[in-house]
Ligand binder design. Structure first.
Ligand SMILES: [Fe+2]
Ligand SMILES: [Fe+2]
Length: 379
């Protein structure tokens, strides 16, 4: 049974080796913001510390009752139902599991080996906890590469050490991700509230977000600024929550007074959001206030002109109008693309920032792809 890994017998690590591994990986992990990358670094760190052939870090996904992991950079997540496999039982019981020979152990499921041709012999699974002492995941390593050929109590200690060194960074990255996801969801939902009241569909805000992102990148804004705008732009009409239905959805012509009430959605949105210390909400307040300003100064609410209008406002204006014209509605057909192009040509330097219009034309194929992908029929 001359399996490859048996030929790779390794010497035990010296304390200096161990320290170097710990220093190297904790530095890498501490500077990492992406959860998947942290999982891969943690797994590599564990593998090198205990000289195993393979190592994986699993995390609990409570709402979906799953355990998940990333085994390599750029590889999608792997998910298993909560409580299944050795990892599952270690996480449930909170106790580590060490197996010397998997094929003599009824808990081992050899299905994966049969599929891949890999031979699992020794296994160690160590659950680990967050700062509050709750189990959040587990290390699992397979096949000890030293002459002994199986994992020992010392490996258990080392893996626990790896988990505790990486645990803080892991938790802060998870928290960071959680906050970003939550913010995004809240903003999108709030944005939809404003739009649905004015008969726009939920996909309108999603399309405006994507169009704004493409335009921002095309204008040369940094990826993080473009991302910020993508998240904030769905809130552009949030102020409409405060406009009475009788005005907002009045059939037929509006009186001047009623039109003024509608226009106030910009100021209301701005007031709702401007008090926040969060960059994201402050950005949203700028977009809410300025998405109806016009390059030539004839917009509202302030009649700002040219670059006095924040670039996020100028971009969202193009994205919002493009979507209003190009999407079909119950009450109106979509404009043909030639007619839309004509409008943007005419309004270049009048309603819209000429630079944004130029990027709009450059990126039009991409924008149309987005429209196709986020079409309202798919809702
Ligand atoms: Fe608006
Ligand atoms: Fe809109």
């Amino acid at each position: 049974m001359a399996k490859e890994w048996i030929n790779l017998v390794k010497k035990e690590l010296t304390p200096e080796d161990l320290l170097r591994i710990i220093f190297d990986y904790t530095a890498k992990i501490a500077s990492e913001r992406k959860l998947n990358a942290v999982l891969v670094h943690m797994a590599d760190m564990g593998r090198e510390m205990i000289l195993s052939d393979r190592c994986t870090v699993w995390l609990i996904d409570e709402p979906n009752h799953q355990l998940y992991t990333t085994v390599a950079h750029g590889v999608d997540e792997i998910r298993i139902p909560f409580g299944t496999g050795l990892v599952g039982s270690a996480v449930l019981s909170g106790e580590p599991i060490i197996i010397e020979d998997a094929y003599n152990d009824p808990r081992h499921n050899d299905e994966n080996d049969r599929k891949t041709g890999y031979h699992t012999k020794s296994i160690i699974t160590v659950p680990f906890r967050n700062n509050d002492g709750e189990i959040i995941g587990a290390y699992q390593a397979i096949n000890k590469l030293t002459a002994v050929g199986y994992f020992t109590a010392r490996d258990l200690e080392l893996l626990s050490l790896a988990a505790s060194y990486a645990g803080k960074s892991l938790e802060s990255v998870m928290l960071h991700q959680e906050i970003i996801d939550t913010q995004r969801e809240i903003i999108s939902t709030m944005g939809e509230v404003g739009e649905i009241r004015s008969k726009e569909t939920g996909n309108h805000v999603k399309r405006v977000a994507e169009y704004s992102y493409v335009l921002a990148i095309g204008l040369g804004l940094s990826a993080s600024q473009a991302e910020l705008l993508r998240t904030a732009s769905p809130m552009h009409d949030i102020g409409k929550v405060a406009i009475p239905d009788a005005v907002l959805n009045k059939p037929g012509k509006l009186t001047e007074e009623e039109y003024d009430i509608i226009k106030s959605h910009t100021k209301i949105g701005h007031q709702l959001l401007r008090g926040s210390k969060r960059e994201l909400l402050r950005t949203a307040s700028i977009v809410a206030e300025q998405h109806h300003e016009k390059w030539d100064g004839n917009g509202y609410p302030a009649g700002r002109k040219g670059e006095d209008i924040h670039i996020f406002g100028r971009i969202t204006a193009v994205a919002d109008v493009f979507d209003a014209l190009s999407a079909e509605r119950v009450y109106k057909a979509a404009w043909p693309i030639e007619k839309i192009e004509n409008l943007f040509r005419e309004e270049r330097g009048r309603h819209f920032d000429p630079a944004v219009v130029d990027v709009f034309f450059e990126q039009l194929p991409k924008l149309l792809d987005i429209r196709q992908r986020l079409t309202d029929e798919a809702e």
